[in-house]
Design a protein around this ligand. Structure first.
Ligand SMILES: NC(=O)c1ccc[n+]([C@@H]2O[C@H](COP(=O)([O-])OP(=O)(O)OC[C@H]3O[C@@H](n4cnc5c(N)ncnc54)[C@H](O)[C@@H]3O)[C@@H](O)[C@H]2O)c1
Length: 268
């Protein structure tokens, strides 16, 4: 029976809601974050929801912290069945304004954090014939303007997931990648970008979501059970992705118009 899940970035937002969704099924949760207070609160909520587990501080940029976390899962839970690479940060800014440091920071957390999570936990997943759930974003598929470093990191997560889907099939390890549109969490707290006013724009997008982090966690739960590889929780996202696959130019034109609008007022 599979009932042990590890989550990165479990101290807030989607990571917390995923923990609670699986806790309601009685799972054991290995919860990590760089936010000690948040992750302790998640464990308390997990226990109230019918699950149990432990917390361990883990910065996903540091491979040695991830391997130590995997070792703790082996010692405390006897292994792991599902890993959720969820930890992430927000960024924004046009390409000409983003610094190389902005790029390094974004790639180190949102892309290499997932690579390192998969690598550190692979031996345990081979043993359990487990499951990988990587949290990407619609930004991986739609590439909105003024977030190129985030788009690239998340597109990398989709490419990594597709690669692992093929490579790990022989070992009976399932892979899923989740691409939500914007939804309300504490993601804005981590925002980094050259122009502070961009943060307010991202905030408006988060607020505008018709579905909550809890709804998304529930949708992930259902789709994983169905064996769906690419999970798109927002209906609008599913529609936009269908349009792009049929007629990518339509989306490119829409993104260019959006970039123009964001740059207003313009003299042209
Ligand atoms: N909120 C959205 O609109 C949205 C949309 C698409 C995808 N996502 C993705 O969902 C995931 C969860 O984000 P959220 O919206 O719940 O945000 P959140 O800020 O509420 O939660 C993210 C958690 O990750 C943790 N974290 C940040 N850097 C870390 C690091 N280096 N090591 C370990 N933990 C770290 C934070 O402390 C936080 O607890 C992220 O990967 C994000 O990119 C979010």
């Amino acid at each position: 029976m599979q009932n042990r899940m590890m989550i990165t970035g479990a101290g807030s937002g989607l990571g917390r809601e995923i923990a609670l969704r699986w806790a309601r099924e009685g799972w054991q949760l290995a919860l990590s974050d760089v936010n000690d207070v948040g992750v302790a609160e998640t464990l308390k909520m997990v226990r109230e929801a019918g699950g149990d587990g432990f917390t361990q501080r883990c910065d996903v940029r540091d491979f040695s912290q991830l391997t130590a976390f995997a070792q703790a899962c082996e010692e405390k839970l006897g292994g792991i069945d599902v890993i959720v690479n969820n930890a992430g940060v927000a960024s924004g800014g046009f390409f000409n304004e983003l610094s190389l440091e902005d790029w390094d920071w974004q790639i180190a957390i949102n892309l290499m954090g997932v690579v390192k999570g998969c690598k550190a936990f692979l031996p345990l997943l081979v043993e359990s014939k487990g499951t990988i759930i990587n949290i990407a974003s619609m930004a991986a598929l739609m590439q909105g303007p003024a977030m190129s470093n985030y788009n690239v990191a998340k597109a990398g997560v989709v490419a990594l997931s597709e690669s692992l889907l093929a490579e790990l099939k022989m070992q009976e390890i399932d892979v899923h990648v989740v691409c939500p549109s914007f939804f309300q969490t504490n993601l804005l707290d981590s925002f980094r970008g050259p122009k502070p006013e961009m943060k307010a724009q991202v905030g408006k997008l988060l607020e505008g979501s018709p579905i909550s982090a809890a709804d998304i966690a529930d949708y992930i739960y259902q789709e994983v059970a169905k064996g769906q590889f690419m999970i798109l929780p927002h209906e609008q996202g599913r529609m936009a992705w269908a349009v792009k696959q049929k007629n990518p130019q339509l989306i490119y034109d829409e993104m260019a118009a959006m970039a123009d609008k964001m740059r207003m007022p313009r003299t042209k």
